[in-house]
Design a protein. Structure first.
Length: 298
């Protein structure tokens, strides 16, 4: 569903840009080019607004506050990463590489990849080649309904965990971006599945909610509001020691999950990744290398 919606949006924007260029070029090439670039300018402005709100909200956060130069660099990197993800990988390439479950066990631990809000498995495309090269079987899920309750995703995750476990004979690692980490926690609660997973790695997951959640009308968006009733109930239901399964990366330049400390989880191995935007965090070399090292640990 999300691929279809983003495909329609991307193609509509491209057609509108082409139509504007064709219409205005004979009259004013400069006006034609500037008008055609308007969607990119709007994208950059929206991203800048997110970063401005984030930087303001992080003033009193316990995490080290980002320098203005870090915020500016993160804004540009995040803007480009978001274009690649939402304009290409998710709408057009999400099925280009299938899950990899080798017929013969490789001796390596497998991975279940869980995307976040308004995303699909296309988010993880750059990871697939490296996971396969290191012998890690993987399944990348699509979470639907896209605006339903986070609790509704537990069955999808459980099926993926079963498939990877059967292919490898070992409990898998869950690699989660954003809301995907909350979906993993909801699965652990629903299935009491602590013994069925080796490690849960979260990148920019709003474990404590996010300031932006107040603006969402989606069920899962409201569940991610700061200290929402759903988040509080999830936390109360978790047994002592479950958080030790988690390694959580968080950033002082996360433009979606802020204040920064909300992406950390009490009792987990919380890892500060300064200067990284929300989508950018899923591709930052230092974060990717650290996650692969965790996945490869025996």
């Amino acid at each position: 569903m999300i691929a279809r919606l983003q495909r329609v949006l991307a193609l509509s924007i491209l057609v509108s840009m082409a139509a504007w260029l064709a219409w205005r070029w004979p009259h004013s090439p400069v006006q034609a080019v500037l008008g055609a670039l308007a969607p990119l300018a709007i994208h950059l402005l929206v991203m800048a607004t997110q970063f401005a709100l984030m930087h303001r909200a992080n003033r009193a956060d316990p995490a080290p506050r980002a320098r203005c130069g870090q915020v500016l660099a993160a804004w540009w990197a995040e803007s480009m990463a978001a274009l690649a993800v939402f304009g290409w990988r998710q709408p057009f390439r999400h099925r280009s590489q299938p899950d990899w479950l080798p017929g013969e066990p490789t001796g390596r631990r497998g991975v279940v990849l869980i995307h976040g809000f308004m995303c699909n498995r296309g988010l993880w495309l750059p990871w697939f080649a490296r996971l396969r090269a290191q012998g890690h079987a993987y399944v990348a899920v699509n979470l639907e309904p896209i605006m339903g309750s986070i609790d509704d995703y537990a069955a999808t995750i459980d099926e993926a965990v079963q498939r990877v476990t059967q292919a490898t004979g070992r409990a898998p690692v869950l690699l989660c971006h954003s809301m995907g980490g909350l979906a993993a926690r909801a699965w652990l609660r629903a299935y009491e599945a602590d013994a069925r997973v080796y490690r849960v790695l979260t990148l920019g997951t709003p474990h404590g909610g996010t300031w932006l959640g107040r603006f969402s009308s989606a069920v899962n968006g409201r569940q991610m509001n700061l200290s929402s009733d759903w988040l509080q109930a999830l936390l109360r239901a978790e047994p002592p020691g479950r958080a030790a399964l988690f390694a959580c990366w968080y950033s002082n330049c996360d433009n979606i999950v802020f204040p920064a400390h909300t992406a950390a989880l009490a009792g987990a191995d919380n890892r500060f990744a300064p200067g990284l935007g929300h989508v950018q965090m899923a591709y930052a070399p230092a974060v990717v290398d650290a996650c692969l090292a965790e996945i490869g640990r025996d």
